[in-house]
Each structure stands twice: as structure tokens, then as C-alpha cells.
Ligand binder design. Structure first.
Ligand code: C2E
Ligand code: MG
Ligand code: MG
Length: 680
């Protein structure tokens, strides 16, 4: 090292302009008597060029002159030397730095809190003015700080460059007693290990979670990494503070598990499925496999719930979930979507044939009899199946298609497997379009009741008429109930439609009776309407008006309503008949009615289904049906009478009334009025 030039401590020399943000030598006089150590360091030579008495003291020098003789570079690492030199550029701009330094005057460590500022030397070079504040080892704060570090449960460690441990507080030592504490082997998180491998000055600061092995076994630690200085060596190091977050991790894991599972069956839920499905489908496509989705729904699940109670319903769902889990390979994604709907995503190398055969196997498997709370049950399910075409299909797409297929399976009576076909989508579009038309029709008065006359065989006169609903489409065409009633039933709009039909038919009945025609009307009632309390309220409300004109409104219900052992529905029917309404069984002869079950209600008439009347062997068939019906004691009405042959045979065999194209199809109310007026 070359001998530095003698510094010029002349206050008049080299003074910079007054507006310079750094001090010049002439300003130093103010510091001479300060109780805080102040000195000027020439960073080109690592010599002190000016020092006050407090600084001479701090540096443990005999005099300022002696201090200025010292070569400080001998006690400084090259990193610190470079750093100090690098400060110069910023000091020219007026910057200052606050740092904690540990000096080693005559080998004794002294910690100083210093502010570094620029000081312009007489020869025009920039030196560093250090204003220090000594932190005495017996400083109360220092004592308390180190005490806190001893007692805290937070683990504090410092690591030197290269991941070598330089300090561990007692909490850290307790946790890692007997283990290798080096950074490379302590943390299992590879990202954190990489951070600690870098040079401290270039390293990323931040918070990581890592699995660690401690004296308590495997734990999860949250590790905060900060850059700091080693107060002894003055080098940059890593300061790590660690917290054991195993409990929080476990709770978080538990919570996410809860959020992703169905509480009743333990299967995955919709949220999990929605999250996991896209990857599942993409992976199948990548592996050249076919992904398929089954949507499985229990047939008549409501019946189990209503008749055996919700606990039995729950048990049934658990049993179904158990059977599904057993029957399907472990690699499937199986979830309960809610209610009685289950969804399964699976892949196969065998294409759609294999998927269809798995689904039909499931269908059979679910039909195995089971016992629930002492009841022998046998349930069936319906399955909608959709297949992803080589990665093109998204999960919502797949689900929607399976849903359409399932809807079709249900509409066809359940207990069947349906694979999605494009026609189902077209049908669905028609469904949506009709639903929208129905909504508007209710609002804009586009529904109309037509009436089909019912004629007595005895008198040949119109004695009643059946109200048959029509939807007058804005395009001018008419939509028939066969098309829109099932849609209204599926969407629930049937409730509003049913109320409208009853109110409208009552109004028409009052009108007909008012002008002296002793005829009755009948309306068709869908089983779904009985679930609507406002329908019952309306039945009660219009009853006096009907009685006042001594008329009757008959409610036509289909046979299956009575066959299904739905106790709630049967209670409602009993209530309706107590109100004074008569019930007619529509489409009689198409289901296997248990006539005994009919005796519970005042059934006023049985309407023999038109398919029986239209049958080529109608004589044979109707003989049987009419014998049954007559034994029951109700009026017999033949539907769909189209030929004189049918008419003659029915008259001869003592059928009471008929309706059909032979006499008239359904006509608008005005036309019905005209017919009754003309006394046909
Ligand atoms: P439904 O109650 O059995 O009504 C008889 C159906 O047979 C009517 O069809 C009628 O037009 C048709 N028909 C009558 N005579 C003949 C015939 O001689 N030959 C043939 N081939 N058909 C004949 P429409 O009006 O299309 O009604 C179909 C079904 O829609 C009805 O069957 C009924 O179940 C339902 N429906 C009609 N109106 C309503 C309503 O207001 N509410 C509810 N829930 N359902 C309704
Ligand atoms: Mg009918
Ligand atoms: Mg009918």
C-alpha cells in the first residue's frame, strides 16, 4: 500500500459552493467538541484524515495524529472496501447512508451507529464523513434485545455466504438439536434452498414455507429471509426468522378438504370437480385416451325421501356412493353434485364402447336390492353419458351434454342409459325457445282454452266439454299441449299455467250456465300442480261461483298419479274431493291401475284412452276394460272416437259418453257456445 499524501486540513482550501449538499473541510470545526465521534475517511487510502476527540477515543488512539497514521484497510474485508468506495458516486450527489458498524480498534469490537455523508477534501476528492453514536455493550436496549432473542419462541438464525450457520437463538437450537443446521440440508423447499445458496447481497428476500425435520418430527416452518450484516465480521449475511405453522397448515388442509368434499357421502363435491376436471380431460387427450362423463341420477328419489323420510334418503345416497366407489376404478374423478345427482369423469383407451359398457354395468349394479331401515328397496338410476372429442370439449360442455342425455333418459321413464347425440341439443334449443314463448304467453294472454264436446250415448247431446289448452305463437301458428306441457312441468311454469286454466274454465262454465246450458267442464291437471299451494287456494276460492250456477268442474288426472304411492299427493287429492270436486281418471287402461286404490276417492268418471279405442282389436280390449270400469261403478267415457263402427259398438256395450273427431275435435270457446246453442 502506498503512503497517502498528507491531507490538507485548511478550512480555506477547496471549499465547494455553499449550495453543495455535502460538507467541506471548513465545516468540520463544528464537530470538534461534539460528544459523538466524528471522523473523515479517505476511501482511496483507507486513512482517517480528520477526527474529533470522541473519535480518537472510540478508535482507542493516543492522539488524532496517531489515528491518522493507521492503515484501516488491514482490518477491513475487501467487500467492505469496495462497498465504501462505491458510495462515492452517490455521495457526490448528496446522498447519505445510515449503517451499523463494528470496528475493531486494537482488536476490540465496538459497535457504532453511523451516518455517512460526503466530505469534499481540499484536493477535490470525495471522502466520507462518519458521524457516529456508540452503542455501548451495556446499553439497556441492547440488553433487552438480546434477552428477547433468548426467550422468544420464534427461531432466529443467521447464515453466512455459502449457507454456513453463524448464529442460532435458543428456540432454533432447541428445534434442531442434534441435526445438521446448515441451510442446504435443513430446508426441504428447493426454492428456499436456492435462495440461501446465492450470495447474500444478491439474494431474494421473502417468505417461504418449507417442510423441516425438527426434534418434534416433521413440521412446516414459515421462513422469512432478510439480508443483514454480520456485526462481527461486517459481511452481508442472511437473517432467518422461522415460525412453526404446522397447526395452521393442518387446519388449512382440513378446511380445503371440507370445502372440496361432500359432507354426506365423503365423495368430492362440485367445487372440486369443477377445479380438477379441465386437467383431467387435458391429460386424457395428451395420453391419447378417451374421456367420458357420466351423470347419474336416482329415479324417483323424492319418493324415497317423502315416504321413508330424509334419514332414509341420506342412507340411500350413501349406499349409492359406496356402490359407485366399489364399481369404478380408482382413477376416476367421482363427485356428488348435490341432491341425488352424481358425476363421474373417467378415461379409457378403449373408446366410447368401453365407456358405454361401464355405464350399463353401473346401471345394473345400482338395481341390486338393498335394505334401508328395515325396508327392502330396489331403486334404479338413469345415466347420461357424454364423450370428449380429443381435447376439444371443455368440462362445462361435457357436463351440459351429459345433462341433456340424462334429461332424455328421465323423460323416457328412467332406469336407462342415454348417450349424448346432437339431436338432443336441438331438442334442448326447442325446449328453451318454447319455455320463453310460454313465459311471454302467460304475460301477454297468448294462451287459449279450446273445448272438445263430450256426448251422451243416451241423448246424443253435448253434456260436457274438456278444456284443452293451446299456445298461440306470435308467428300465427298454434302449439299443442303435448309439446309444451312437459316443458312447463320440467320448468315449474305448470303451476302458473294450471291456475290460469282453472280460472279461465270457471269463467267459461259460469258464462255457459248463465245462458241456460246445463253442461259441465273438465280440466286436465298435472301431478306437479298439486304441489302448488296456490292451486289449492284457487280451487277453494272459485268453488262458490261453480256451486252458484249448479255446475261441475271435473279434474282429470292420469292413472299413474294414483299408482305412485305418494302419500302427500294422496292427502291433497282427499282434500280436493272434500272441497266438492270430482275426479276423472284420464287415459284409463294405459297403466296397470290397482282399482282398489281408486276407491279411496270419489272418481266420477273413467276416460278410456284413445289408443285402446283406436286399436284394431278394440272390441276385445274394450270388453275387458269396460267390465273392470263398470265393476268400479264410475261413468265410462270413451276418448278418440273417430269411426261409426267404434261409436256403434260403444253404444251397444253401454258406454256412457264419448268424445272424438267423429263428433268434433277441440274448438274455441265461441264455437262450443254455438254448438250448444244450436242444440246439437
Ligand atoms: P288428453 O287429456 O287425453 O286429451 C285428449 C287429446 O286427444 C287432445 O289432444 C285431443 O285433441 C285429442 N283428441 C281428441 N279426439 C281425438 C280423436 O278422435 N283422435 C285423436 N287422435 N285425438 C283426439 P291435445 O289437445 O293435443 O292434448 C294433449 C294432452 O295434453 C291432453 O291429453 C292432456 O293430457 C294435455 N293437456 C291439454 N290441456 C291441458 C291443460 O290445460 N293442462 C294440463 N296439465 N294438460 C293438458
Ligand atoms: Mg284429458
Ligand atoms: Mg286422455
Amino acid at each position: 500500500m502506498t503512503e497517502p499524501p498528507e491531507p490538507e486540513i485548511d478550512v480555506n482550501l477547496g471549499a465547494g459552493p455553499e449550495d453543495r449538499p455535502h460538507v467541506t473541510l471548513k465545516d468540520l470545526g463544528a464537530y470538534r467538541d461534539s460528544q459523538f465521534p466524528v471522523w473523515v475517511l479517505d476511501v482511496d487510502h483507507f486513512r482517517i484524515v480528520w477526527a474529533n476527540d470522541a473519535a480518537v477515543d472510540l478508535w482507542a488512539a493516543g492522539s488524532a495524529a496517531e489515528l491518522m497514521q493507521r492503515d484501516l484497510s488491514l482490518d477491513m474485508t475487501s467487500t467492505i472496501q469496495t462497498r465504501l468506495r462505491n458510495y462515492t458516486a452517490d455521495l457526490w450527489k448528496g446522498a447519505h447512508f445510515d449503517e451499523e458498524w463494528t470496528l475493531f480498534p486494537r482488536g476490540m469490537p465496538r459497535t457504532v451507529l453511523g451516518r455517512l455523508r460526503g466530505c469534499l477534501l481540499g484536493d477535490g476528492r470525495m471522502a466520507i464523513l462518519c458521524e457516529g453514536q456508540v452503542i455501548k455493550p451495556n446499553d439497556a436496549n441492547m440488553l433487552r434485545a438480546s434477552q428477547a432473542l433468548l426467550y422468544t419462541t420464534m427461531m432466529v438464525t443467521t447464515y453466512a455466504e455459502g449457507g454456513q450457520l453463524t448464529y442460532a437463538n435458543p428456540a432454533a437450537r432447541r428445534a434442531f438439536a442434534g441435526f445438521d443446521l446448515s441451510a442446504a440440508s435443513r430446508f426441504q423447499n428447493p426454492e428456499l434452498r436456492a435462495v440461501l445458496k446465492a450470495a447474500p447481497e444478491a439474494a431474494r428476500e421473502g417468505i417461504w414455507r418449507s417442510a423441516v425435520i425438527t426434534t418434534q418430527g416433521p413440521r412446516i416452518h414459515e421462513v422469512e429471509v432478510r439480508q443483514s450484516f454480520d456485526p462481527v465480521e461486517g459481511r452481508r449475511n442472511f437473517l432467518l426468522t422461522e415460525l412453526d405453522v404446522t397447526a395452521q397448515e393442518a387446519v388449512a388442509h382440513e378446511l380445503s378438504n371440507l370445502a372440496m368434499r361432500d359432507g354426506l357421502t365423503g365423495l368430492r363435491n362440485r367445487a372440486h370437480l369443477t377445479g380438477a376436471a379441465p386437467d383431467f380431460i387435458a391429460n386424457a387427450a395428451q395420453a391419447g385416451q378417451t374421456a367420458g362423463l357420466f351423470l347419474l341420477d336416482v329415479d324417483r328419489f323424492k319418493l324415497v325421501n317423502d315416504s321413508l323420510g330424509h334419514a332414509a334418503g341420506d342412507t340411500l345416497l350413501q349406499e349409492i356412493s359406496r356402490r359407485l366407489t366399489e364399481a369404478l376404478p380408482g382413477t376416476v374423478l367421482l363427485a356428488r353434485l348435490g341432491g341425488d345427482e352424481f358425476c363421474c369423469l373417467l378415461t379409457t383407451g378403449g373408446g366410447e364402447k368401453v365407456l358405454a359398457s361401464i355405464a350399463s354395468h353401473l346401471l345394473r349394479d345400482m338395481r341390486r336390492p338393498l335394505q334401508i331401515e328395515g325396508n327392502d328397496l330396489s331403486v334404479s338410476v338413469s345415466i347420461g353419458l357424454s364423450i370428449a372429442d380429443s381435447g376439444q370439449t371443455t368440462f362445462p360442455d361435457l357436463l351440459h351434454k351429459a345433462d341433456l342425455a340424462l334429461f332424455d333418459a328421465k323423460a323416457k321413464g328412467g332406469n336407462r342409459l342415454r348417450m349424448f347425440r346432437p339431436e338432443l341439443a336441438e331438442r334442448n334449443n326447442r325446449f328453451l325457445q318454447l319455455d320463453a314463448e310460454l313465459r311471454d304467453a302467460l304475460r301477454l294472454g297468448r294462451l287459449e282454452l279450446y273445448y272438445q264436446p263430450r256426448i251422451s250415448f243416451q241423448t246424443g247431446k253435448i253434456v260436457a266439454a274438456e278444456a284443452l289448452i293451446r299456445l298461440n305463437s306470435p308467428t300465427g301458428s298454434q302449439v299443442l299441449p303435448g309439446e309444451f306441457i312437459p316443458i312447463a312441468e320440467a320448468t315449474g311454469r305448470i303451476a302458473a299455467i294450471g291456475r290460469w286454466v282453472l280460472a279461465e274454465a270457471t269463467r267459461h262454465l259460469v258464462r255457459l250456465r248463465g245462458i241456460g246450458h246445463a253442461i259441465n267442464l273438465s280440466v286436465n291437471v298435472s301431478p306437479k300442480q298439486f304441489a302448488d299451494p296456490s292451486f289449492l287456494a284457487l280451487l277453494r276460492q272459485v268453488r262458490p261461483a261453480i256451486e252458484e250456477v249448479s255446475g261441475e268442474i271435473e279434474l282429470e288426472i292420469t292413472e299413474n298419479v294414483l299408482i305412485e304411492n305418494d302419500q302427500r299427493l294422496q292427502r291433497v287429492l282427499a282434500q280436493i274431493s272434500r272441497l266438492g270436486y270430482r275426479l276423472a281418471i284420464d287415459d284409463f287402461g294405459t297403466a296397470y291401475s290397482n282399482l282398489a286404490s281408486l276407491t279411496r276417492y270419489p272418481i266420477s268418471c273413467l276416460k278410456v284412452d284413445r289408443t285402446l279405442v283406436a286399436h284394431k282389436d278394440f272390441r276385445l280390449i274394450l270388453t275387458g276394460v269396460m267390465t273392470l270400469a263398470r265393476a268400479y261403478g264410475a261413468k265410462i267415457v270413451a276418448e278418440g272416437v273417430e269411426t261409426t263402427e267404434q261409436h256403434a259398438w260403444l253404444a251397444e256395450n253401454l258406454c256412457d259418453e264419448y268424445q272424438g273427431y267423429l263428433f268434433s275435435g277441440p274448438v274455441p270457446f265461441a264455437e262450443l257456445q254455438r254448438m250448444v246453442n244450436s242444440g246439437q
